[in-house]
Design a binder for this molecule. Structure first.
Ligand code: 4LM
Length: 397
């Protein structure tokens, strides 16, 4: 019997929310609607549907995608969601929908490298003032000129440092001068952290990472109030970027979501054990993982995250060259960018940035990213195998 007053748990909603088999020929799994356009009985019907911002064309509407959007909004505790073709499409579509010439945006000093490039190279070209602030101390927000600041934008945990920013403290200060807060929560996923519950106004995800979780597609999402999402969909997605997620990708993300919480529990348990091993290792100079008890950010992390997720950063006592040698010694963990997959992935931002400079001299490391920093996305392999691989690689002379 149904108990109407009890809200189903996260895992149940991740499997069922927003889908009724009775509306889809009793299919238990959401069907993939491969169509670019929709037919109407009459011109009047087309007009009515267009007026209600309903499905007229697949750049903005698709039934498979709509199930994913309803489910992500529910899991983040937001009113509405729009999904797009990649995480960068989400960042670009959001900023180009909500900012205009003369506006300003605060960004945390450290960001994912391409969000950093968007903020510091592209956005200023449109007459938008970009104000980098070290948000690890939220009081730094009190020192800026808030004129025209519409958005305060940051990631937590931060890419690639795994630093933790205090969502509630930053949101309180941003709201005091009338700005809205956007949190890129890609490194956590809604199974671990729900920024809207801590005062953020919008949540952004690269679906490519934990939410899909299987390393086989690109996708992005923004979750916010219904009016903001209607604006992002109706301008940003419709005629600025047109960066629509394919229905096939939406279907795969829905499949990934069903196991998100289960995966995050194993990711986090593996990551904590690896962080503890690294912390005690003589060749490791430092390690940063949100839920390491020695991490000064642990109390903040515990307040806003249910576990530490599985992104960690570390530096070796012998620095840059030692990082490259250690990574080349790994046989199980893949040397690859991206994160959140079943496979463990490791990368060294400084090497990639230096390589990129051969073709793009202005390429630079984001603030706070040191030359020795190695980033590890801990996967779902057996913990003993991961520990073995890391310990053997660290033993490489
Ligand atoms: C990477 N990251 O770090 P798409 N926001 C965050 C991210 O980490 C990323 C994006 C947005 C990496 C990709 C190669 C916090 C991406 C952008 O890759 O466009 O889905 O997401 O290794």
């Amino acid at each position: 019997m149904k108990r109407p007053n009890r809200k189903p748990g996260f895992q149940t909603r991740a499997i069922h929310h927003g889908f009724n088999p009775a509306e889809h020929h009793r299919a238990v799994t959401p069907p993939i609607y491969m169509t670019s356009t929709y037919a109407f009985e009459t011109v009047e019907e087309a007009e009515t549907i267009a007026e209600q911002a309903g499905a007229t064309y697949a750049r903005e509407h698709n039934p498979t995608t709509a199930i994913l959007e309803a489910r992500l909004a529910e899991l983040e505790g937001g009113e509405a969601c729009v999904v797009v073709a990649s995480g960068m499409a989400a960042v670009g579509t959001l900023l180009l929908s909500l900012l205009s010439q003369g506006d300003a945006i605060v960004v945390h000093a450290t960001l994912y490298s391409n969000t950093f490039a968007l903020a510091h190279e592209a956005i200023p070209r449109f007459g938008i003032r970009v104000i980098p602030v070290d948000l690890s101390d939220p009081a730094n927000l009190d020192t800026i000129d808030p004129t025209g600041v519409k958005l305060v934008y940051f990631e937590t945990p931060v890419n690639p440092t795994a630093e933790i920013l205090d969502i509630a403290a930053i949101a309180a200060r941003a709201h005091a001068f009338g700005a809205r807060v956007v949190v890129d929560s890609t490194f956590a996923s809604p199974a671990v952290q729900r920024p809207l519950e801590h005062g953020a106004d919008m949540v952004l995800h690269s679906l490519t990472k934990y939410i899909n979780g299987h390393g086989d597609l690109l996708g992005g999402a923004v979750i916010a109030d219904a009016e903001t999402i209607a604006r992002i969909r109706g301008t940003g997605l419709r005629y600025i970027t047109g960066a629509t997620l394919s229905p096939m990708a939406a279907f795969l993300v829905l499949r990934g979501l069903k196991t998100l919480k289960l995966r995050m529990d194993v990711h986090a348990a593996n990551a904590l054990a690896i962080a503890e091993m690294l912390e005690a290792h003589p060749k490791v100079a430092w390690v940063r993982y949100p839920f390491l008890p020695s991490n000064p950010a642990f109390p903040t992390a515990r307040r806003q995250m249910s576990n530490g997720s599985a992104m960690l950063s570390l530096g070796l006592t012998e620095g840059f060259e030692a990082a490259r040698r250690m990574m080349d010694g790994l046989t199980l963990i893949s040397r690859a960018v991206s994160l959140g997959d079943a496979e463990s992935l490791i990368m060294h931002p400084a090497s990639l940035t230096y390589a990129r400079r051969r073709t793009k001299p202005e390429a630079r490391l984001a603030t706070g990213v040191t030359e020795d920093l190695i980033r590890l996305s801990v996967g779902l392999e057996d913990l003993d195998d991961l520990l073995d691989d890391l310990q053997s690689a660290l033993a490489t002379p």
